[in-house]
Design a binder for this molecule. Structure first.
Ligand SMILES: *[C@@H]1O[C@H](CO)[C@@H](O)[C@H](O)[C@H]1NC(C)=O
Ligand SMILES: *[C@@H]1O[C@H](CO)[C@@H](O)[C@H](O)[C@H]1NC(C)=O
Ligand SMILES: *[C@@H]1O[C@H](CO)[C@@H](O)[C@H](O)[C@H]1NC(C)=O
Ligand SMILES: *[C@@H]1O[C@H](CO)[C@@H](O)[C@H](O)[C@H]1NC(C)=O
Ligand SMILES: *[C@@H]1O[C@H](CO)[C@@H](O)[C@H](O)[C@H]1NC(C)=O
Ligand SMILES: *[C@@H]1O[C@H](CO)[C@@H](O)[C@H](O)[C@H]1NC(C)=O
Length: 408
């Protein structure tokens, strides 16, 4: 009996210690913990339809996502003067849900309102907001006054909003904007007025992935480092398209409709490290001037296109190139001068499988390189001859250079 009594006492001491350790009480539906340096309160996916009461006043991160919240009243978050980050994604919020000033908390700068019912950017966000996640709403038209009062925004994600138009000047107030995602919308050339990004002179990343653009933007801020046109309907990359973007490091066009790169298209991109044109429809010859100016390129992705011809000096601009991805094209032969390592001294990985190689004496040099080049020719078991007839269907890992012959 005495033993049991002692156990009970010990148990009560432990509970008290635990409560003291936890600090102020936590709302019953939530979990309060210190996580990644922040006092965090997780009430996500708990079935609540209102902000719970009793949120500890020292809360820095509040996660209310995946609930049925329809309203944030003026006093719901009152006193949370340390709150920095608020996640309200996947609720039932619309323009009338957040009472004016309800989010005016001095430290609140990061808000997630994705997967709600908004048709416009709400007017009741905090004046100091710097990061806004707003994907999967229904902002079909982005109004020109959308960001008028949110001039500190640095990061905006408007993915997947059914957006068909951006009104003139919508981003003009965002002088500090660094990252802008507008992918997975229905934007066309006509739906984005020229000069739309002129005001964002600090923009570093712009993604318009999977829209309906047929042409590239005429004016972009020269601060850009990452430009993403993936999955659009751009057919031609005209000469000198990027001369105003000297700071670009990554340029992506994959899964698009690009058939033609004009000579000198990339001229001026002397800091570009990655060019990604995989899964396009490139059929133009790669000439001596296609890649002019890309002296710092490290990775060139061009797989799954229809490239059949590389001119002898086509790769000579690539003094920094390490990886060249050319598999899945229409190349049947290649001159040895094309891969002269005098001009492409840093080449380390070469991908050329899934091309219709014609394995005669003219290509023997390339099979020899498999065994003794300073670079690695990858996936030799997938490099298969399309001809001549006696070698058709044979892979390079089972062929020897001496098999590559011409009729005498
Ligand atoms: C709430 O969010 C946190 C952090 O993302 C996650 O670890 C946790 O599993 C979520 N809780 C529920 C009930 O989904
Ligand atoms: C915005 O942030 C500044 C500096 O952190 C702070 O002094 C000011 O009160 C904030 N403004 C609002 C409306 O919370
Ligand atoms: C900007 O804030 C002012 C003052 O709070 C307000 O009167 C105005 O309607 C707001 N404008 C927009 C476009 O939200
Ligand atoms: C956007 O495109 C998708 C897919 O084509 C379509 O289902 C949707 O209705 C379009 N939205 C608008 C607002 O046009
Ligand atoms: C955008 O900037 C370019 C120059 O970089 C200028 O020619 C153009 O008129 C500007 N457009 C707008 C709408 O400000
Ligand atoms: C391309 O460059 C190579 C090597 O510099 C040169 O031999 C060849 O004549 C050039 N081709 C054309 C069409 O200018």
């Amino acid at each position: 009996m005495a033993q049991l009594y002692h156990l009970v006492i010990l148990f009560m001491v432990l509970i008290t210690a635990e409560a003291a350790y936890r600090g102020p009480a936590c709302p019953s539906s939530c979990r309060c913990l210190h996580f990644e340096g922040l006092q965090s309160v997780y009430c996500n996916r708990t079935g609540i339809n209102a902000v719970p009461s009793g949120i500890p006043p020292d809360t820095q991160l509040l996660d209310l996502s995946e609930n049925n919240i329809e309203r944030i009243a003026l006093d719901d978050l009152k006193g949370l003067k340390y709150l920095q980050e608020l996640d309200l994604s996947s609720n039932r919020l619309d323009e009338s849900s957040i009472e004016s000033r309800a989010l005016d908390l001095t430290k609140l700068v990061t808000i997630d309102l994705s997967f709600n019912l908004y048709k416009s950017i709400p007017k009741s966000l905090p004046a100091n907001i710097s990061k806004l996640w707003f994907f999967n709403n229904n902002v079909q038209i982005l109004k020109s006054d959308s960001f008028l009062n949110y001039t500190n925004l640095q990061y905006v994600d408007l993915s997947n909003n059914n957006m068909v138009a951006i009104e003139k000047g919508a981003f003009d107030p965002l002088l500090f904007l660094q990252t802008l995602y507008i992918p997975f919308n229905n934007l066309t050339d006509e739906s984005i007025p020229p000069g739309t990004f002129n005001g964002s002179t600090n923009l570093q990343l712009l993604s318009v992935r999977f829209n309906l653009l047929q042409h590239m933007f005429k004016y972009l801020p020269c601060s850009l480092q990452y430009l993403d046109y993936v999955g659009n309907k751009i057919i031609t990359i005209p000469a000198y398209s990027f001369v105003d973007l000297p700071n670009l490091q990554t340029l992506s066009f994959w899964e698009g409709q690009v058939t033609t790169i004009e000579d000198n298209a990339f001229f001026g991109l002397s800091k570009l490290k990655i060019l990604d044109m995989n899964m396009d429809k490139l059929s133009s010859a790669i000439t001596n001037n296609t890649f002019a100016g890309l002296t710092n390129l490290q990775t060139c992705y061009m797989y799954s296109n229809s490239i059949s011809r590389l001119d002898i000096g086509a790769l000579y601009h690539f003094t920094s190139l390490s990886e060249l991805w050319l598999q899945g094209n229409k190349m049947s032969t290649l001159r040895p001068e094309v891969l002269d390592v005098k001009y492409i001294p840093k080449l380390s990985q070469l991908y050329i499988d899934s091309n219709p190689w014609y394995c005669d004496c003219h290509l023997r040099w390339l099979r020899e390189k498999v065994d003794k080049a300073p670079y690695v020719i990858q996936d030799t078991h997938l490099i298969v001859c399309a001809g001549p007839e006696n070698l058709a269907g044979k892979a390079w890992d089972v062929l020897k250079p001496s098999d590559f012959v011409c009729p005498s």
